[in-house]
Write a protein that binds this ligand. Structure first.
Ligand code: BGC
Length: 723
């Protein structure tokens, strides 16, 4: 079903429209889109093309960025709006799960649904391009923007990124993702990475999103091996456009363009927000680009190509068929026309469901799910309560107080409401349970006092981070360390000392240290991550057993900070010395025991794995499936629930890969006493390594091992095949 032209539909109808069914079948192919784009651009003057590729200036437009409009032939000013978890700078939008927590669902269908409802909201607000998803790898756990993306593994990032892309563009909105390492490289530093690592770790997720049809990619603020990303011919032209066959546009991050001519020649297609220094009113392009062409410094063909890529992406998304008026007023919020995007609360339901599906049960001695006989529950910690500054009262959510449901920076959205953990638990527990609480993290006597005679004490703590233009408690975007905030370790210790049924709940942007983990009174640890507006409801669903937990860690939680392969690096040159050994691959390669492994997460049920069968197909067609593995998973517990069997591949030794790489996962719901057969298909790409010399991917040859298990460190079945 094509989303109808909205001009004729009143807002009340919009509000009640259910999530549209996928429309991707109706999206144009790139060839079809290019045919239309070429015809349009052929009618444009040089000045028209320049307007299409140049932003109209910081804070001068409706959206966080807008391109110039062309009158004849008509081409609209495109509205570009953040961000990866929803529509920023807008009212009445859904503030759902952050990328890192969406990834923890390990659920393709839910990831698609999230992309889809977000796409719908961008569409209804009239934003042509959504500035997300972020698929940069969490190479260093303290990196401030790691939570915007999907974790430490390229395969997981690739699946989550492409499902999100499909979801967004099925709603006729163009997703844009930041190219290469911007999220985690210090602003204006050089990310120095060898070519094999670049391809196998950092380009991998982009390759999967290009296959999914992504229309735009953003070049980042940092340098890549000594060249500004937005004038790096190698990544923009060679890798993205030639090797991956990307036919969409490359756009700058805000103010990341450092030159007019070199950037144009290196493959940049759009400058945002258009200024040289944000707000200065000058541009590297605009009239300067016209002059470069007239002076013969930039061929006009290059500008034609830029405009064609942009208009082709617009046609591909079907935006020529009618698109809602832009109702965003990013810099004048009060003047924004009211547009309700989730009138029937469908999106909120997805957020609640996903929040529960993403909650990772790290440990459980049987105290969870909470029994129905509880008379008294103690809730301790500011992370269980409201944000004391009020909702949306801190710049881009940089509060650092109250319950943590998203990080801070441009990747945020306003909360329409926020169900705190206290609210969620209280409403689920009902009036018969006495709920006592304290939000004071520093008064340990009070925490002890209210905890000691409760049937269960639930203690909350968190750790936040964000984008570096905002600082919270000395954390300039990146975290200063991996410890819990607000006296968290002492608070947890005090509650556990006081109550032998202690449950710890952590809302965090990424790994934290857990010095209290062996305390005998800590009977369960729950990791809901950054669940968004439905936080408390999703948590209560899991704590009370209405939902059987099935979240899995998208990053390793180490015993010590030094155990990680990469750390925040204050130097200009940031050397990616860990190479391919990012995340769990480093722990495997160096035999370091993690506290909680990548992929770990418990259930209230018990799953067994058996009958691993592997078939190799040496003669698969190009790009096809070279091996399949089938495993039987049975639910041996007394509850229905979902399990996430994961398939890791051990490459032949000669391939020079870390011990094992994630190459498949599936979330399967299995009723108690039943079993399911799960099949993993390993494609040519899954079994290849990148050769920098020939610039090609080659299938490794020799003996492969298939490890199937419940986490990267809980392997239940092993088999081999040879290629
Ligand atoms: C951020 C981008 C964002 C842009 C526009 C930049 O500071 O790095 O992620 O899309 O601002 O708000």
């Amino acid at each position: 079903m094509r989303v109808p032209s909205l001009a004729a539909i009143s807002m009340s109808i919009l509000a009640s429209m259910a999530l549209a069914a996928p429309t991707s079948n109706n999206l144009l192919t790139w060839d079809e889109a290019y045919a239309k784009a070429e015809a349009l651009v052929a009618k444009m003057t040089l000045e028209d093309k320049v307007a299409t590729v140049t932003g109209e200036g910081w804070e001068k437009t409706k959206c966080v960025g807008n391109t110039g409009a062309v009158e004849d032939p008509a081409f609209p000013s495109l509205c570009l709006e953040d961000g990866p978890l929803g529509v920023r700078f807008a009212d009445n939008v859904t503030a759902g799960l952050s990328g890192i927590t969406a990834a923890a669902t390990f659920d393709r269908e839910l990831l698609y649904k999230r992309g889809s409802y977000m796409g719908r909201e961008f569409y209804l607000k009239g934003a042509h391009m959504a500035l997300g998803p972020c698929v940069d790898i969490m190479r260093s756990p303290a990196g401030g923007r790691g939570w915007e993306g999907f974790g430490e593994d390229p395969y997981l990032q690739g699946v989550a990124g492409s499902e999100t892309v499909k979801g967004i563009q099925d709603q006729n909105v163009l997703p844009l993702s930041t190219l290469l390492m911007s999220c985690f490289a210090p602003f204006k530093s050089s990310s120095n990475v060898d070519d094999r690592t670049l391809h196998e770790i950092y380009v991998w997720p982009y390759a999967r999103m290009v296959e999914a049809g992504i229309g735009g990619v953003m070049c980042s603020y940092n340098q890549i091996d000594g060249t500004w990303a937005c004038e790096d011919e190698y990544t923009m032209n060679t890798v993205l456009k030639q090797q991956l066959g990307f036919r969409g546009l490359v756009m700058t991050d805000w103010g990341a363009q450092m030159s007019g001519i070199p950037s144009a020649l290196a493959g940049l297609d759009m400058t945002m927000p258009g200024d040289i220094v944000m707000g200065d009113g000058y541009s590297w392009w605009g009239p300067n680009l016209t002059k470069y062409v007239n002076d013969g410094d930039v061929p006009e063909d290059r500008v034609t190509d830029m405009a064609t890529r942009i208009t082709a992406a617009w046609y591909k998304m079907g935006q020529d068929k009618g698109f809602p008026e832009t109702s965003i007023r990013a810099f004048d919020r009060d003047s924004a026309p009211e547009v309700i995007v989730d009138g029937n609360k469908e999106h909120a339901k997805i957020v609640r469901e996903m929040g529960a599906a993403a909650a990772v049960l790290l440990t459980n001695d049987g105290i969870l799910p909470l029994s129905d006989d509880l008379k008294k529950i103690a809730i301790v910690g500011s992370d269980a309560g409201p944000i004391p500054m009020g909702l949306n009262n801190c710049s881009d959510q940089a509060c650092g107080a109250g319950t943590l449901a998203m990080g801070w920076g441009s990747g945020t959205a306003d909360f329409p409401y926020l169900i705190t953990p206290y609210d969620g638990i209280k409403s689920r527990a009902g009036d018969d349970v006495d709920i006592v609480h304290t939000y004071d993290d520093w008064d340990l006597d009070k925490a002890t006092d209210i905890s000691k005679d409760a049937d269960v004490a639930i203690v909350f703590s968190n750790a936040a981070s964000g984008e570096e233009y905002l600082e919270v408690d000395g954390n300039v975007g990146d975290r200063k360390n991996l410890t819990l905030w607000h006296n968290g370790d002492n608070l947890i210790q005090a509650v556990a000392d006081a109550n032998e049924n202690t449950v710890v709940v952590i809302h965090a942007v990424g790994p934290v240290l857990m010095p209290w983990i062996d305390h005998p009174n800590i009977k369960a640890v729950v990791w809901p991550g950054l669940p968004g507006q439905e936080s408390g409801n999703s948590l209560a669903d899991v704590l009370f057993g209405d939902v059987n937990p099935s979240g899995r860690l998208p990053h390793t939680i180490a015993k010590n900070e030094e155990d990680y392969p990469a750390h925040i690096d204050p130097n200009f040159n940031v050397e990616y010395t860990e190479k391919l050994e990012v995340g769990y691959k480093h722990f495997d390669a160096h035999d370091i025991e993690p506290l909680f492994a990548f992929g770990h997460g418990l259930s209230y049920s018990k799953f067994e794995y058996s009958q691993l069968k592997i078939n190799a197909h040496k003669k698969a067609k190009k790009g096809g499936v070279l091996a399949t593995a089938t495993v039987t998973v049975s639910n041996e517990g007394d509850r229905d629930g979902a399990e996430v069997p994961q398939a890791y591949i051990g490459f032949p030794e000669s391939a020079g890969e870390p011990p094992k790489l994630l190459r498949g996962f599936e979330k399967v719901f299995i009723k108690k006493g039943k079993k399911a057969k799960v099949t993993f298909e390993f494609t040519e790409m899954d079994l290849s390594t990148f050769d920098p010399e020939s610039q090609e991917w080659n299938v490794a040859s020799g003996d492969f091992t298939v490890y199937v298990g419940a986490s990267s460190r809980d392997i239940r079945q092993t088999g081999t095949f040879t290629l």
